[in-house]
Design a protein around this ligand. Sequence first.
Ligand SMILES: Cc1cc2nc3c(=O)[nH]c(=O)nc-3n(C[C@H](O)[C@H](O)[C@H](O)COP(=O)(O)OP(=O)(O)OC[C@H]3O[C@@H](n4cnc5c(N)ncnc54)[C@H](O)[C@@H]3O)c2cc1C
Length: 507
Amino acid sequence: MQDRRNFLKLTAGAAVGSLAATLPGTVQAKTCGEIHWDENADVIIVGSGFAGLSAALNAKRQNLGSVLVLEKMLVIGGNSAVNGGWLAIPKNPIQLAQGINDDSPEELVKDQIKSGRGMQNDAALRVIANRALDAYHLCINTGVKFREGFNIQVGGHNKARAMRTQHGTGGDITTKLYEAGVKEGIDYRLQHYIEDFIMDGQKIIGVKVRKNYRFPDLTTGSTIFIKANKAVVLANGGFARNMALRAAVDPSLDPTLDCTNALGATGEVTLTAMAHGALPVHMNLIQTGHWGSPDEGGFGWSNALLSIGWHRGVAISVLNGKRFMDERADRKTCSEAIMKNRYADNSPAYPVVFFNHDKYAKDDRVVRALRDKMAWKVDSLDELAAKFNIPAAELKRSVAEFNQHVKNRKDPLFNRKMDTAEVLTGPFVVSRIWPKVHYCMGGLKTDLDARAIDGRSMAPIQNLYAIGEATGGIHGEARLSSTSCLECLTMGIVVAETIKADIQGAV
Ligand SMILES: Cc1cc2nc3c(=O)[nH]c(=O)nc-3n(C[C@H](O)[C@H](O)[C@H](O)COP(=O)(O)OP(=O)(O)OC[C@H]3O[C@@H](n4cnc5c(N)ncnc54)[C@H](O)[C@@H]3O)c2cc1C
């Protein structure tokens, strides 16, 4: 298609050419005049995470024509590839085999409404939850393997409904979706950085791309123009790695916090969409993962280790040796409680989480955590108190009290659900915790069918769609664990159906 020459009269190309150019206010609008299209595709998908890969496969299966996935990085997958592989599916087969028959999409939505704290979009959550089994089957049909018999209750959910991929990483899913897509004729391009959209009035007709781009240097590669015959799907993920944007939208977010995200989560495509009129929502709602460890960088292993800790063990403040939260509450509740633990000079007083060692000594979560020295084995509460400078008497009192609550299966202090809690006898596995910037609840506003909404007309921008973490307003104030993977996979299915319906409607 390289020699195709297609000239068009165009208006309004807005360039967000630099990661430093983080706000639409910095964007310069210019008139493009005539465009030479270097290539064209029926459906262009921006980003190769769960959302983009699912959309690509489903677009192909909906017979929408040629599908081109553009990814700026050297590898596919974005945050999805490095994610923890947790996927919440009500009524999944493992859950049913465990005898849990009282779960449903509506039960999941009930939990999400609670954690959304009134800011969530109930209807959008229902669209996603109702298609959860479709997302699961998409995985199974492409060869994704989940851990046998593994389905647990994670923070803020009222049922055990979180499955986990075989190797505990989203890469188990991205690889299979990608391989299936290659077989089905999808064209994936790496090092293709979306610089701008080409608009014809309120319709997107193509993208300006930096080909052979080498992250993060915007002087690398060369510019090409790719025409979108039918649709452009934005699946460009969140912006947790864009420090300037983070600071601009949420000045209260501690800039010293570590971040779990892949380096490419910088949000420039979202800003470009905004510069072309797309409506952003909830940009200031940025989630911290409360399961971070200060003793490792990025996402690390702490999240996996604490899937034991939150259930079996206890979180204790090093300042006074006391419990300070419901360890099984949602991320926002826990993060806020953890970050109150500070020394007089305001520096973090990292709380500790610990649970019995012997029962889990061979569990890979424990073996790896101890090996990598982001957790430690201690034999007694005295040793624990001495190692982390915790008042020993108070620590012992708190553990004795906790053990009594375990026996009573009731937590009068924080109303934690105690069904999985264990009497703590030692030796213990202990790790330190501190939240990390993790997920953007904000992004582009869409309708329930994934059409991007123009903030000026409040109507869809023609041929422009957005899905996954690039969108906003779905989860409200706090997203529940394991629900982003579900959302991305599901909305990839939905967007393909919507594009098909829009094409048919336009004929
Ligand atoms: C470490 C970690 C662990 C997580 N664990 C879980 C979990 O277990 N379960 C769960 O449900 N959620 C989890 N999450 C959240 C979830 O993984 C993400 O929200 C989800 O992967 C987002 O998928 P996405 O497809 O929207 O975006 P991404 O997977 O981030 O993909 C977006 C892609 O777009 C590309 N892109 C961006 N800008 C451009 C541009 N200008 N041009 C071209 N390409 C561009 C990016 O490079 C990236 O590859 C986790 C997140 C992290 C960071």
